[in-house]
Design a protein around this ligand. Structure first.
Ligand SMILES: OC[C@@H]1[C@@H](O)[C@H](O)[C@@H](O)c2[nH]c(CCc3ccccc3)c[n+]21
Length: 446
C-alpha cells in the first residue's frame, strides 16, 4: 500500500439523510414529508419500501453514534427532517422534533464527532407541497425561517451548515422525470423549482449572516461529462449535459447567471428572472460540498429529454449496482475543476460510495472487497487533487449504514455498516474496518 499523506486536520466522517435512516416519520408530532406520501403511493418504490422504520435511527441514534466512535469517525454529516421541526412547514415549532436533533448533536460532540448539518435533503413537509412547494416563490422565506430555527438551536455546536443537498436531483428527479418525490413530470415546472431552490439557498445564507457565527455552504452532485465520440452531435450534447447538471446551480451562486446552454435545454420552458433574484442567490458562501459517484458519457439522442443526450458508459466499463461506472479519476478532475472555476474555497467530499452486491454475513463479517477497492481508489483520487493544490478539507463516506435508497428502497445498499432490517442489527463490513484504518492513519492505509 502506498503511503498517502492527507493534510493535518483532514476531516474523516460519514454521511446519511433523515428520511433514509430515521424511521418514526410521524412520531412526537412530526409533520409528514413528501417522501412519506411518495413512498406510500403504490408503485413508486421498489417492493413498496418506505421510511416508516428504515434504520430506526430516531430511536437508536445513541448506539449509532457509539458505533461511529468505535470506527474512529471524526465527523458526521446528517440532515434535519424539516417536518419534524415544523410540522406545518412554517409557523409553530415542534419542540420534541427539534429536541431530537439537539440530543443528536450533543451526543456526537460528547463522542468527539463534529456534526455537519444539511438543512434540506429532499424531505419537504407535505403541508408546504400542498401550497406549491418548490413551485411557490414564497418557499424562499419558508426555508429561511426554518433555517433560522435550526441556527438558533444548533449554531456553535454545529459549525458547518449546508443549505441544500443536490438541487439538481431534487428538480430532475422530483419535477422532470418523476422518479423522486413529489413525482412531477413537467418541463415547465423544472426550471422554476430550480430557481426557487437557489433563491431559498440564498435566503437561508442571508439569514445565517444575520445570526450565525460559523460556516455555511451548499452540497452539489457533479459528474464530469465526456462525449461518447468526437461526433460534433455528441460533443454538443455533452456540453448541454454538463451545463444542466454541473453548472446550472453553481454558476448562478458564483457568477449571478445561468449557463447559456440552459435556453437550448429547456427552449420555451426556460423563464427569465429579475436581477434581484440573482443578487439574493449570490450570497457569499464559506465552503462547497461535492457528492461524487461517477462520470457521465454522453451520446447524442434527440429522444433523451431535455438534454438531447443519453448516458452511455463505454463498453467494458465496470458498473456498480446502480449502474454507475467506476471512474475515480473523475473525482480528481472535478475537485480541480471546482477550484479553477469557482475559486479556492474549502471543499469537502460530502458523499462518495457505492452500491455493491454485498455477500451475505458469514461469521459476523461482510466481505465487501469491491467496496473496499472503490473507497481505496477514490481516496487516492482525493489525494491527487490535494497534491494538485485543491483545498480539500474532508471526506464523508456514503453511507454509514445500509439505508432506504429512495425509490430503490432497501434493494441497493451503500453502507459500510450492514443493517439487518428485520432485527436492526448493525454489523460493520470489511469496508468499515478498512475505513477505520484509513482514519487512524490519516489516509495512510488507503
Ligand atoms: O444514491 C446514493 C446517494 C443517495 O442515497 C443520497 O441521498 C443522495 O445525496 C445521493 N446523490 C447521489 C448522486 C446523484 C444522484 C442521486 C440519485 C440518482 C442519480 C444521481 C447519490 N446519492
Amino acid at each position: 500500500m502506498t503511503r498517502r499523506e492527507f493534510p493535518k486536520g483532514f476531516l474523516w466522517g460519514s454521511a446519511t439523510a433523515a428520511y433514509q435512516i430515521e424511521g418514526s416519520p410521524l412520531a412526537d408530532g412530526a409533520g409528514a414529508s413528501i417522501w412519506q406520501r411518495f413512498s406510500h403511493t403504490p408503485g413508486k418504490t421498489v417492493n413498496g419500501d418506505t421510511g416508516d422504520i428504515a434504520c430506526d435511527h430516531y430511536r437508536r441514534y445513541a448506539d449509532d453514534v457509539k458505533l461511529m466512535r468505535e470506527l474512529g469517525m471524526q465527523a458526521y454529516r446528517f440532515s434535519v427532517g424539516w417536518g419534524r421541526v415544523l410540522p406545518d412547514g412554517n409557523g409553530r415549532v415542534n419542540e420534541k422534533g427539534l429536541g431530537f436533533y439537539d440530543r443528536l448533536v450533543d451526543t456526537l460532540l460528547e463522542n468527539g464527532i463534529e456534526p455537519l448539518c444539511t438543512l434540506y435533503h429532499w424531505d419537504l413537509p407535505e403541508a408546504l407541497d400542498n401550497r406549491g412547494g418548490w413551485l411557490n416563490p414564497d418557499i424562499a422565506n419558508w426555508f429561511a425561517d426554518y433555517a433560522s430555527v435550526m441556527y438558533r438551536k444548533l449554531d456553535g455546536r454545529v459549525k458547518k451548515w449546508a443549505t441544500l443537498n443536490e438541487p439538481w436531483v431534487v428538480t430532475d428527479g422530483g419535477y422532470l422525470h418523476g422518479a423522486l418525490a413529489p413525482g412531477h413530470e413537467n418541463l415547465f415546472e423544472t426550471p422554476i423549482a430550480s430557481h426557487h431552490l437557489l433563491r431559498a439557498h440564498g435566503a437561508a445564507v442571508k439569514a445565517y449572516r444575520a445570526e450565525g457565527k460559523n460556516q455555511i455552504g451548499i452540497v452539489v452532485n457533479i459528474e464530469p461529462k465526456h462525449p461518447a465520440s468526437d461526433d460534433p452531435a455528441d460533443i454538443a450534447a455533452t456540453k448541454r449535459a454538463d451545463a444542466y447538471m454541473n453548472r446550472q446551480y453553481l454558476d448562478p451562486i458564483f457568477f449571478g447567471r445561468y449557463p447559456g446552454e440552459m435556453k437550448e435545454v429547456f427552449g420555451e420552458a426556460w423563464p427569465e428572472w429579475p436581477a434581484e433574484d440573482y443578487a439574493l442567490i449570490q450570497q457569499k458562501i464559506d465552503w462547497l460540498g461535492l457528492n461524487y459517484y461517477t462520470r457521465g458519457v454522453t451520446k447524442a439522442d434527440p429522444k433523451a429529454w431535455p438534454v438531447g443526450g443519453r448516458n452511455e458508459p463505454p463498453k467494458g466499463a465496470v458498473l456498480t449496482e446502480t449502474g454507475w461506472e467506476l471512474f475515480p479519476k473523475g473525482l480528481t478532475d472535478t475537485l480541480v475543476w471546482m477550484k479553477e472555476r469557482y475559486g479556492d474555497l474549502p471543499l469537502y467530499v460530502t458523499e462518495n460510495g457505492a452500491a455493491m452486491k454485498d455477500p451475505p454475513i458469514a461469521g459476523g463479517r461482510v466481505q465487501d472487497q469491491h467496496r473496499v477497492d472503490y473507497l481505496r481508489t477514490h481516496l487516492s483520487a482525493v489525494n491527487d487533487a490535494i497534491k494538485a493544490g485543491v483545498d480539500v478539507r474532508g471526506y464523508m463516506v456514503w453511507s454509514l449504514l445500509d439505508n432506504l435508497e429512495w425509490s430503490l428502497g432497501y434493494s441497493k445498499t451503500f453502507g459500510i455498516v450492514h443493517v439487518d432490517f428485520k432485527t436492526q442489527q448493525r454489523t460493520p463490513k470489511d469496508s468499515a474496518r478498512f475505513y477505520a484504518e484509513v482514519i487512524a492513519s490519516n489516509g495512510g492505509a488507503a
